[in-house]
Design a protein around this ligand. Structure first.
Ligand SMILES: Nc1ncnc2c1ncn2[C@@H]1O[C@H](COP(=O)(O)OP(=O)(O)O)[C@@H](O)[C@H]1O
Ligand SMILES: [Mg+2]
Length: 326
């Protein structure tokens, strides 16, 4: 299952079709009969599910009724229909789709997440650079150099948030900007337990990306210099070992705290003093062959074919799946 994609959609939206196609190929090669089903707003897919009676749904749905936050409704409906599905539970997807809610839970558990604000901003505890980003949308949507601003007052932050919300029609937040390095840590479930894969650093080559961020162009515009100059790397100097260990440990804690299952990816920034900060938890990360998840698996000798099989086994193990309930 994937969200329906309109003709002329932007690359971040079209990407789900790349995932659906490449995963379908693997499944068909392994003897499954595959039926690609768009999660339409009118819930017609529920009738299709009744008719097809799938052994399993590979859930790739990133947005429902045009909203990232609503994507949790798909696993919820699948669960109510008694259908096994891959990946994370609706609860885990709901909580992690909201970056503010995620931060609150991280802070309760003493895990590092920078200060962030939503409207109305009543108090900015520290003047400085902040990044303005969607509260519940993914894929670097709206992120550019303009997203990073020097903020001194609540009013200033409030005004920018209000303008962005008017422009994009979804909620925004602003968060303390972390100058430093960026890491993605992928994790897969093996019988309910997390296997954290070797962290990947996103290395920003050259000087054309002054804030060294994965903005929309770096992620999606293949013709841009930023796209070519944002490179995933798995090789580290021995000095980085303690940091890599720390990223793995934090990711494992996130798995347990957020009751993740199947597969996930945690995004980090590491500040200039070497302290890691969690940016977000992706409970439904991109799973195309060129995704961070597939690259991290391949780096450990797990082919794309094997990765898909691991994800499926996890959802069908003991005919239960490993979607923990809160
Ligand atoms: N607090 C922050 N400090 C520095 N860079 C950030 C911060 N928050 C986000 N970014 C940059 O913006 C990108 C997208 O933000 P992220 O929170 O991961 O949302 P998403 O990937 O869901 O769009 C990150 O990969 C990072 O480069
Ligand atoms: Mg991210």
């Amino acid at each position: 299952m994937h969200q329906p994609i309109a003709p002329g959609a932007l690359p971040d939206e079209r990407d789900v079709l790349v995932q659906a196609l490449s995963i379908s190929r693997v499944l068909e090669k392994n003897g499954w009969f595959v039926h690609c089903l768009p999660a339409d707003d009118n819930l017609n897919f529920l009738d299709d599910i009744k008719k097809v009676k799938p052994d399993l749904v590979f859930n790739l749905v990133e947005t429902f009724t045009n909203s990232g936050l609503n994507s949790f409704r798909i696993p919820m409906l699948l669960q109510m229909s008694g259908v096994l599905y891959t990946g994370n539970s609706s609860q885990a997807i709901y909580i992690t789709s909201d970056k503010m809610l995620t931060k609150t839970i991280l802070n309760i558990h003493d895990l590092p997440a920078e200060k962030a604000y939503i409207r109305p901003v009543l108090q900015i505890r520290e003047k400085g650079y902040y990044i303005f980003k969607p509260q519940c949308e993914d894929a670097s949507v709206s992120i550019s150099d303009e997203s990073v601003r020097y903020i001194e007052t609540c009013e200033q932050a409030d005004k920018i948030l209000e303008a962005l919300e008017k422009q994009y029609n979804f909620p925004f937040m602003c968060e303390k900007f972390i100058w430093g390095r960026e890491f993605n840590v992928s994790v897969i479930g093996i019988k309910g337990n997390p296997r954290v894969l070797q962290p990947a650093e996103i290395v920003f080559i050259g000087d054309d990306n002054p804030y060294r961020i994965v903005d929309y162009a770096s992620k999606w515009d293949e013709s841009s210099l930023r796209y070519r100059n944002s490179v995933r790397s798995f090789s580290f100097k021995p000095d980085d070992n303690p940091l890599i260990q720390k990223l793995v440990e934090i990711t494992k804690k996130c798995w347990h705290i957020f009751k993740l299952s199947g597969y996930a990816r945690v995004d980090f920034r590491v500040d200039e003093k070497g302290k890691p900060w969690i940016l977000e938890i992706n409970a439904n990360p991109c799973s195309s062959p060129d995704s961070g998840l597939a690259a991290a698996a391949e780096n450990e000798g797990i082919s794309f074919n094997e990765l898909i099989n691991i994800i499926i086994n996890e959802a069908t193990h003991d005919n239960q799946g490993y979607h923990s309930a809160f």
